[in-house]
Write a protein that binds this ligand. Structure first.
Ligand SMILES: NC(=O)C1=CN([C@@H]2O[C@H](COP(=O)(O)OP(=O)(O)OC[C@H]3O[C@@H](n4cnc5c(N)ncnc54)[C@H](O)[C@@H]3O)[C@@H](O)[C@H]2O)C=CC1
Ligand SMILES: CC(=O)N[C@@H]1[C@@H](OP(=O)(O)OP(=O)(O)OC[C@H]2O[C@@H](n3ccc(=O)[nH]c3=O)[C@H](O)[C@@H]2O)O[C@H](C(=O)O)[C@@H](O)[C@@H]1O
Length: 420
């Protein structure tokens, strides 16, 4: 059976681009989301999230009649679940959104349908989704009971796109296909090949789940290595960025860059799913998380020490001193402030500092609630002209373009090695 109708459940940073990609290949796509604002915005041909080129693809798909959004699940040949999977409590995976999505589509499932879980999930989640579906639909058979003969096929196919490059990577990246049976994998590959230019690489669902967690843990561990080096180098009076540049001239060394910590809602979250399931074995992965999560605290201590130097040298009172934080986003050249270490540090500076705290963030128009009333959003020039202490938290391109001379007069904490 070929795929005529496709339903994407969860229309956020992953679900909406995916729905739009299928719709751009003239498939009938219904996106389902519990957020009425998202549904209304998409049905107007507009988007509620920021991602380059997504607006054009959604507009064309909606105007062409290929994409619509709804708050209610509909019958379809294939479902893709792309709802949030945060952690809860002591870093345990919170599968409540996935459970709700699975239970919402169960009543409209028809014989022959394919269900794909895309949300980043702990090992065994796909089998759990199949169990939730089977519980709701005793009239249908599922891979765990009927194997390749099942009425419904179920697979785990993780998403690996990089925010900011989603519309390119969604099409070009290779995709891991983890079917519960070989038939499930074959059906899932057929579905993605509707728009995929990369390769579908087939495995089982548990390996595919672990593969996604492994990719992000690999990056987290490598960033933790760079962050740990930055602490050691600060203590030894060594420039960590020069050190890494030199070490990376070795043909088999490729160290990542230190920073104020690791942000976003993926790399700072997903490794915990491995730790939660294998606490005794995942010692390196846990330590990497702790190293990266500890970095904002260390940066804050650097700020305090630099302010103390500035006070001693300038003779000013703390209340007369202006500190400017450069950047709030979780990484360069985006406007996403979610789980951002820069936000955390700016908040801490504003709470601690007796004088004025300025914030420079060229990618936003107003300060988020947590900072409004405590800080002032200013331009680069205003900050450079008036602040005594500069704290560089994100290496946005306009900050990189600032001439070294322009920051020579101030006291500096540079978490990205841009100015010094
Ligand atoms: N954003 C990213 O760069 C990447 C995210 N992922 C994973 O993809 C999954 C989704 O992430 P995002 O798209 O970033 O999240 P998001 O928060 O941007 O979007 C999720 C959407 O799901 C909706 N939703 C929640 N419960 C629902 C339900 N029961 N039924 C229908 N809709 C529901 C929300 O209203 C929201 O619009 C997560 O597991 C994430 O870890 C994977 C790779 C990259
Ligand atoms: C293995 C990998 O590269 N995963 C990607 C990652 O996207 P994300 O935007 O979160 O990753 P990122 O660019 O590494 O940024 C994460 C955080 O790490 C920091 N960071 C990054 C690289 C570096 O050398 N040093 C550093 O401190 C960033 O500033 C940011 O705070 O996580 C995404 C996800 O799973 O959502 C995934 O799809 C993406 O492909």
């Amino acid at each position: 059976m070929s795929f005529t109708t496709i339903s994407v459940v969860g229309l956020g940073y992953i679900g909406l681009p995916t729905a739009a990609a299928f719709a751009s290949r003239q498939k009938q796509v219904v996106g389902v989301d519990i957020n009425q604002h998202a549904v209304d915005t998409i049905n107007r041909g507009e988007i509620h999230i920021v991602e380059p080129d997504l607006d054009k693809v959604v507009k064309t798909a909606v105007e062409g009649g290929f994409l619509k959004a709804s708050t209610t699940p509909v019958e379809a040949d294939a479902y893709l679940i792309a709802v949030p999977t945060p952690f809860k409590g002591d870093h345990e995976p919170d599968m409540a959104y996935v459970e709700a999505a699975a239970k919402a589509i169960a009543p409209v499932l028809k014989r022959g349908a394919l269900v794909i879980l895309e949300s980043t999930s702990p090992v065994g989640a796909t089998e759990q989704v199949a169990a939730w579906l089977a519980e709701s639909r005793p009239d249908l058979t599922f891979p765990q009971q009927a194997g390749e003969q099942a009425d419904i096929n179920v697979a785990y196919c993780p998403e690996r796109v990089l925010p900011g490059q989603v519309m390119v990577e969604l099409i070009k990246n290779d995709r891991v296909i983890g079917g519960m049976t070989p038939v499930c994998s074959a059906r899932a590959s057929e579905l993605y090949n509707i728009f995929l230019e990369g390769e579908c690489v087939v495995t089982n669902s548990r390996t595919a789940e672990m593969c996604k967690l492994t990719e992000n843990s690999f990056r987290d561990v490598n960033i933790a290595f760079a962050n740990e080096l930055s602490l050691i180098c600060a203590d030894q009076g060594i420039n960590v960025w020069e050190l890494i540049r030199l070490a990376n001239r070795h043909p088999r060394v490729n160290i990542l860059q230190p920073g104020p910590g690791v942000g976003g809602h993926c790399i700072a979250v997903d490794p915990w799913f491995i730790v939660a399931q294998n606490p005794d074995q995942a010692r390196l992965i846990r330590t990497a998380r702790e190293v990266n999560d500890g970095k904002p605290h260390w940066v804050m201590n650097q700020v305090k020490a630099t302010v103390a130097d500035c006070l001693a040298q300038s003779g000013k009172r703390a209340s007369e001193l202006k500190i400017a934080c450069f950047g709030l986003a979780f990484k360069p050249n985006i406007d996403d402030l979610r789980e951002s270490p820069a936000m955390e540090i700016a908040q801490r500076v504003a709470q601690w500092h007796a004088g004025e705290t300025l914030v420079v963030e060229p990618n936003i128009h107003s300060l988020p609630k947590a900072l409004a009333g405590h800080c002032q959003l200013v331009t680069i020039d205003e900050a450079l002209a008036t602040a005594d202490v500069l704290v560089l938290l994100v290496d946005h391109s306009p900050f990189r373009a600032i001439d070294g001379e322009a920051v020579r007069q101030q006291y500096i904490v540079d978490t990205k090695g841009v100015w010094r």
